[in-house]
Design a protein around this ligand. Structure first.
Ligand SMILES: Cc1cc2nc3c(=O)[nH]c(=O)nc-3n(C[C@H](O)[C@H](O)[C@H](O)COP(=O)(O)OP(=O)(O)OC[C@H]3O[C@@H](n4cnc5c(N)ncnc54)[C@H](O)[C@@H]3O)c2cc1C
Length: 506
């Protein structure tokens, strides 16, 4: 599995604070332009950073944890997909909840906007500033606080990297209940704030089910202690759920208590070739019925996705070319039982003509090689002209309808439309690839894709959130009464709107 997410350093045009002045340094080449220019957004009524503000932060954190150097700022201002770019001139790196509280209370009093940032692997532009918001990075809040091995409950700080937590748990026969391609960089606080899904959601459920407690700092600096480690706790409202998926707009998550299931002792993945999507659906249903409790992932991809992988990542399909591919993973605690179940399921799929061919990997090296095909797709985006990404939830009967619709709609104006995703959760990743970024093509694709998703009774964000990129379409995703209640909650938690402005809400 690939780990540390690499980010291109193609941008050298930032406003920096130097000797008491803001200066523009360097020059821009490549994408993206500043978000504020590309998307024509107006800056909110916030104060600009002053020298006395900087002095306060330096007194609180020390100079080393107040980042203002141009080259250091770059990676915090640009998102992983290199699609949005802020112009913040300061990154703050608190180490404790108390420091986060003092920063936010100061920012609230001085009307300074703040952008919370975890691993910055978010793909909807939520984790980078739109203008000059202060970036509050949880990078140094990376301590494990406790682990109850019997109950399977870990408490840790928000900045712990997901893969590091999993490695710690592996030695104790436990695992984290989610698995993302970005696990080498994303942080648990970011996972909570995006309600991250990933490959094993079919097995362990989403963050709402796995998070037992949270500690959160509100915009005014007040610390909300909901850090329960109990599996059952029905004492009033479950406030933690408000912060799961809030994308840093209601508070900064500082500590997390979560459920750690037992680590499977045996894992196996089948990579299958199929004739059409209808058969993929039938195979999925059969897998649920016959594999039951050992089923841990069901991923689908179409042949254009495989062609993309071949061209951009130089990886081959291990079974040749087929219109559709399914990856079905099982994991459990009894090798002979689990393997027998898988093989009898595959035999039955073959004899009923659901699948055309397939290969099964159990050996860790082969198994990882197969997963790398799927996890490496987004790596390919870096070397192709441009790709528009859409993360959609759909009723299963319409899962592939949207890909066909978009292909028709875009016609020959784009290079390729392809679809893959977490079939087990009805989550499609639809991609439109073109030679180079084109505003015209963007306008052709949007809002059509979101309107069509709404018609098909889907959701315009399955697991990535609304961030900056999708906020304009919130009204398509939720009825007016829900959006209005969301706005009321935002006002209650953050009356001056200093937390992650320009995100989630249109
Ligand atoms: C290669 C790759 C594969 C991916 N695969 C998946 C996948 O399978 N499933 C999936 O769901 N996502 C996936 N993602 C998206 C991303 O990794 C997730 O959204 C992840 O949960 C973000 O975590 P992060 O720490 O990087 O958060 P960031 O990107 O830093 O932040 C994301 C949002 O959360 C807010 N935030 C971050 N930390 C905090 C905090 N402590 N308190 C309050 N707000 C905070 C930010 O302001 C922002 O709005 C993938 C991304 C990449 C690059």
């Amino acid at each position: 599995m690939f780990s540390k997410v690499q980010r291109c350093a193609r941008f050298q045009f930032f406003k920096v604070y130097e000797n008491g002045n803001f200066k523009r340094c360097g020059s821009t080449y490549g994408r993206p332009d500043f978000t504020k220019n590309t998307y024509n957004v107006s800056r909110g009524y916030y104060n600009y950073l002053q020298e006395d503000h900087i002095r306060f932060f330096q007194r609180l954190l020390g100079e080393k944890r107040v980042i203002m150097d141009l080259s250091d700022l770059e990676k915090y201002n640009v998102d992983w997909y290199i699609q949005v770019r802020g112009c913040s001139s300061i990154v703050l790196k608190p180490k404790t909840t108390d420091e986060v509280s003092k920063i936010l209370s100061f920012c609230e009093k001085n009307r300074l906007a703040v952008c919370p940032q975890g691993g910055n692997t978010g793909v909807v532009g939520g984790a980078v500033p739109v203008f000059d918001e202060i970036i509050l990075s949880t990078e140094l809040m990376n301590q494990i606080i406790s682990l109850d091995e019997t109950l399977g409950v870990m408490v840790c700080e928000a900045g712990c990297v997901l893969e590091n937590l999993d490695n710690h748990l592996a030695d104790r026969g436990l695992t984290v209940p989610l698995d993302l391609g970005s696990k080498g960089s994303c942080q648990i606080g970011g996972n909570v704030s995006t309600n991250a899904g990933g490959m094993r959601l079919i097995r362990y459920g989403n963050m709402h089910g796995n998070i037992l407690g949270l500690e959160v700092v509100k915009a005014n600096g007040e610390i909300i202690d909901c850090l329960s480690t109990l599996k059952k706790d029905n004492t009033g409202y479950h406030l933690k759920h408000l912060f799961i998926g809030a994308e840093g707009t209601l508070g900064v998550v500082t500590k997390v208590a979560f459920h750690c299931p037992p680590r499977p002792k045996y894992r196996s993945v089948a990579f299958l070739g199929l004739q059409d999507f209808h058969k993929a659906l039938k195979t999925f249903r059969k897998a649920k019925e016959e594999l039951g409790e050992i089923l841990s992932a069901v991923e689908v991809m179409d042949i254009p996705t495989m062609n993309f992988i071949k061209e951009k990542n130089n990886q081959q399909s291990p079974i040749g070319n087929y219109p559709f591919y399914l990856m079905i993973e099982i994991s459990g605690s009894n090798e002979s039982h689990d393997s027998e179940k898988l093989h009898s399921f595959l035999d039955s799929c073959m004899s009923s003509n659901l699948i055309l061919t397939g290969t099964v990997a159990t050996d860790p090296t082969k198994l990882n090689a197969i997963w790398r095909i799927r996890e490496g797709i987004s790596e390919g985006y870096k070397t192709c002209g441009a790709v528009f990404h859409y993360d959609i939830s759909l009723p299963l009967e319409h899962y592939y309808t949207l890909v066909d619709d978009m292909r028709r709609h875009m016609g020959s104006r784009c290079e390729r439309v392809f679809g893959y995703g977490h079939l087990g959760d009805g989550n499609l990743h639809l991609q439109i690839q073109m030679k180079e970024y084109s505003k015209e093509l963007k306008e052709l694709a949007e809002p059509y894709i979101y309107k069509r998703t709404a018609e098909l009774k889907g959701s315009i964000s399955a697991e990535h959130g609304m961030g900056f990129m999708k906020r304009r379409y919130l009204d398509l995703a939720k009825p007016p009464s829900s959006v209005s209640l969301m706005r009321d909650l935002k006002k209650l938690f953050d009356p001056n709107g200093i937390l992650n402005p320009y995100k989630v809400f249109p």
